[in-house]
Ligand binder design. Structure first.
Ligand code: 25A
Ligand code: L14
Length: 339
């Protein structure tokens, strides 16, 4: 008996995340009968490989979604605003990686390890959360379920791949320019990123926080369905290509021992505990890059508050933070018979 297969479109297929979406569909053997690769007119003429065959990139148009059952979007917020409703109207389930729909009350915001059931209530569009939020809520979910979490203070160390291909190129070019004694050129970021870091991701808002920081605040509340949870974020760009790191400090509702936290995290899907600091064993982005897990280490009591815990969380921002999470959402729909 043949398994049911689906017509899948990837929008933004030539971008850093879109390209990986195609690869992750292949790696995880998602049942694809036909793949449609969509991008802007700039990319027409390119081909991308899927299961060993080359497929042409087509220009995204309103009628691109005829017959498509699953549409994975990663072409930025304005493309998603305009085209996700077209795709949904023509019968596809959209899984959107941009920030366009995340806070829309009718759109579920889903991390499969945390709130898979939310996906079932969609009306055509499901949003993939921000990369920094995804890895944090995966690491916090088992603690949240065991003892509750009242407050989170998080500082991120974010890779340039989150901004897309051109930012990866900017870091590499600046490193080469500096190595060759030339003045590094700057286009994408507000400062030189090579050999530097800056607490500036997205635009700054009237409250003094950046857009990226407020995404972590608002999306965390939505994913945990807990508007009372207090979150303060500082998001920092660092000169790493793949893998976000986060210093996460929490106040739990009830006391919990560090050993119990390790035990809970070790048994949680998608999490690996790497925590033997005296041997220099803790998660680092170079080891997380190219993998789908969320890594947690440096787990310790924060003695400065009641029920305080501190930890270090690392994941590949364009895999678990974007492409893998999106494909996992499609897998949730598939396994619940909702495709
Ligand atoms: O609005 P957001 O949600 O904040 O997202 C902003 C950007 O962040 C990335 C993604 O960039 C997105 O565009 N992104 C979003 N969510 C992310 C996440 N969670 C995330 N990254 C990581 N984690 P990207 O560079 O990875 O991908 C861009 C893709 O979108 C396609 N695209 C853009 N506009 C489109 C469109 N597709 C259809 N219609 C449109 N109007 C884009 O295709 C790419 O696939 P492309 O054809 O425009 O680009 C192909 C090649 O051209 C380079 N390029 C892109 N922009 C420019 C450019 N070259 C010159 N000038 C430019 N302005 C690309 O690098 C690509 O190689
Ligand atoms: O909202 O520049 O998904 O690193 C994730 C990464 C926005 C930008 C999102 C970056 C983005 C971002």
């Amino acid at each position: 008996m043949g398994q049911k297969e689906f017509k899948v479109a990837v929008v933004g297929a030539t971008g850093a995340v879109g390209n990986l979406m195609v690869q992750v569909l292949e790696e995880r053997s998602f049942p694809v009968s036909e793949i449609k690769l969509l991008a802007s007119a700039r990319s027409v003429g390119k081909t991308l490989s899927f299961r060993g065959k080359q497929y042409p990139v087509e220009e995204l148009k309103e009628d691109s979604f005829e017959g498509i059952q699953v549409a994975l979007f990663s072409a930025g917020g304005s493309v998603s605003k305009k085209f996700a409703p077209c795709a949904a109207k023509s019968g596809a389930v959209v899984i959107d990686n941009s920030s366009a729909w995340r806070m829309d009350p009718k759109v579920p915001l889903v991390v499969p390890e945390v709130n898979p059931d939310a996906a079932l209530g969609h009306s055509g569009i499901i949003a993939n959360p921000n990369c920094s939020t995804i890895q944090m809520v995966v690491a916090l979910k088992p603690i949240y379920d065991a003892v509750g979490i009242k407050r989170i203070v998080v500082t991120t160390f974010q890779a340039v791949s989150g901004t897309g291909k051109r930012a990866i190129e900017e870091l590499r070019t600046q490193v080469a320019e500096i190595a060759n004694g030339r003045e590094p050129k700057r286009e994408i970021y507000p400062h030189q990123i090579a050999f530097n870091c800056f607490p500036h991701i997205g635009a700054f808002l009237d409250n003094g926080f950046s857009e990226e920081e407020m995404k972590m605040v608002n999306e965390t509340k939505k994913i945990f369905s807990d508007p009372a949870i207090r979150v303060c974020a500082t998001t920092v760009r660092i000169p790493v290509v793949y893998g976000h790191s986060e210093s996460v400090n929490i106040e739990t509702g009830k006391p919990i021992e560090v050993e119990e936290v390790r035990r809970l995290l070790s048994g949680f899907p998608g999490v690996k505990v790497i925590d033997d600091p005296s041997k220099a064993v803790y998660p680092v982005p170079l080891q997380a890059a190219g993998t789908d897990d969320t890594y947690v280490g440096r787990i310790r009591k924060d003695p400065s508050v009641e029920n305080g815990l501190a930890m270090w969380v690392v994941a590949d921002n364009i895999r678990k933070g974007a492409a893998t999470n999106a494909v996992q959402i499609a897998e949730v729909l598939l396994s619940r018979g909702r495709l």
